[in-house]
Design a protein around this ligand. Sequence first.
Ligand SMILES: Cc1ncc(COP(=O)(O)O)c(C=O)c1O
Length: 449
Amino acid sequence: MIDRAWLATLYAAEQRRFEQEHPKSRALYQRACASLLDGVPMNWMVKWAGGFPLFVAEGKGAWFTDVDGRRYLDLCLGDTGAMTGHAPRATVEAVQRQAERGFTYMLPSEDHLWVAEELARRFGLPCWQFALTATDANRFAIRLARMLTGRPKILVFNWCYHGTVDETFATLVNGRVEPRAGNIGPPVHPAETTRVVEFNDLPALEAALAAGDVACVLAEPAMTNVGIIHPDPGFHAALRDLTRRAGTLLIIDETHTICAGPGGYTRAHGLSPDLLTLGKPIGGGVPGSVYGFSAEVVGRLKGKIPLADSDTGGIGGTLAGNALALAAMRATLEHVLTDACYARTIPLAERFQAGVEGVIAEFGLPWIVKRLGCRAEYWFRPMPPRNGGEAAAAADFELDRFMHLFALNRGILLTPFHNMALIAPDTTEADVDRHTAVFRESVSALPQR
Ligand SMILES: Cc1ncc(COP(=O)(O)O)c(C=O)c1O
C-alpha cells in the first residue's frame, strides 16, 4: 500500500524541481498559451507529468536535448514513431537526397515498388498501399473490409487503441458497447458501428461474430496501448479460425508490435491476416504508413473500385505515398529496422526487464514486468492482465505520474500514460542500467504504509 498523501507531497516536490530546472521550456509554454490551444500543439500534451511539456532542441539516437540544455535518455521514442532512434543516419541521408528532387508528385516512383516488395518479403502479404498515418491505414482497411463483405460492423478488443478511428472509440460498460470516456464528438453511438469483446475471450468473440454482420476484426496481435497484454496460447489460431468461419476479415495492426521483430508479431508467430497495417516508425518518424492485402483479398478487390469514382471513394489522401515518405521508408527498412537491429535491441529489452524485476524482488513489491521484443513495461499489479478491462482497472494515474516525473527529473523519458520503455538501435547497456538505477531510486523514495 502506498500512502497517497505522502505520494502527493513527493509529486509536488518533483514538480517544483521540474519547474526550477526548466525555465526556458516554462517560458515557451507560457508564450504558447497565447497561440496554441491550452498552450500545446496537440490536445493530449497537457497530460505530460510536470505541468508543461519539455520543449526539445534536438535529438540523436536514443538521446535528446531540451531547450534548457538538459540531456535525456529517450525510452518513449515518440511512442514508437522514433523506434529507429532519432535522426537515423541512413534515413536522414535518403530524405536529404529526395528533398532536392521534390517532395510529392501524386505519381509513383521505384521506391514504392522496393518498399512493397520488401514488405511482402517481411509480412508474407503480396500487395500494398500507402497512407500518411497508421490511423488512416486502419480507416482505409476498415472501409475496404466493409465494401468486400457488404457488412456494416467492425469488432475491436476492449481498451484497444488504433489511432483516431471513429469506430474504435468504444468500450465495454457492464457488457454493453459505450463511447470510450472522453470521446470527442462521436458521429454516432459506437454501438451502431462496433462490437467490443475482451481480448483472449474466445466464446465472446464467437458470439459477437455469430450474427454474420461483422466486416472485420481490427486487432493488435498483442495489446500494447493499455499496457502489454500477450495473447493466450492458441488465441491467434482460434481468432483466425473463427473469423474465417464467420466470413469476417482479419486486420492485424502492427504499428506498435513491429517491436517484436522485422516482420512484426505476424512474422514472429506465423500469423496469416487478411489485411495488415503499419505506421509510425516505418519511415524513421517521417509521416507515412502502409496497409497490405493477402492474395485472396487482392482477388476479391479486382474490379470492385469503379475507375470514374476511384479518387472520391473515401480512401486516399493527397500526400499519401509521397516521394519523401517513400525515400524515408526505403532507407529505414533497408538500413535501420534490420535483422541486425533487432538482434541488438531485443536483448537490451531483456536486460531492462531483468533489471526492473531485480528491483521489484529486492523491495518485495507486488509488481511485474512484461516485454514484447524491444518493448518492456512495468505493471503495478502482481499478475499479468489477460485483457483490457483487467488492465484498465489496474491503472494508477497518481503513481504513474510520480514515476514519470521522478525519472524525467533524472534524465529519463518514459512513454507517457503507462510505464513503457522502448529500446532504440543506439541504446546501450549503460543506458538500460541507468534506468534500472533511477527506477530503484524512485521505488526506495516511495512512501509505503
Ligand atoms: C496500434 C496503433 N495503431 C495505430 C495508431 C495510430 O497511429 P497514428 O497516431 O500515427 O495515426 C496507434 C497510435 O498510438 C497505435 O498504437
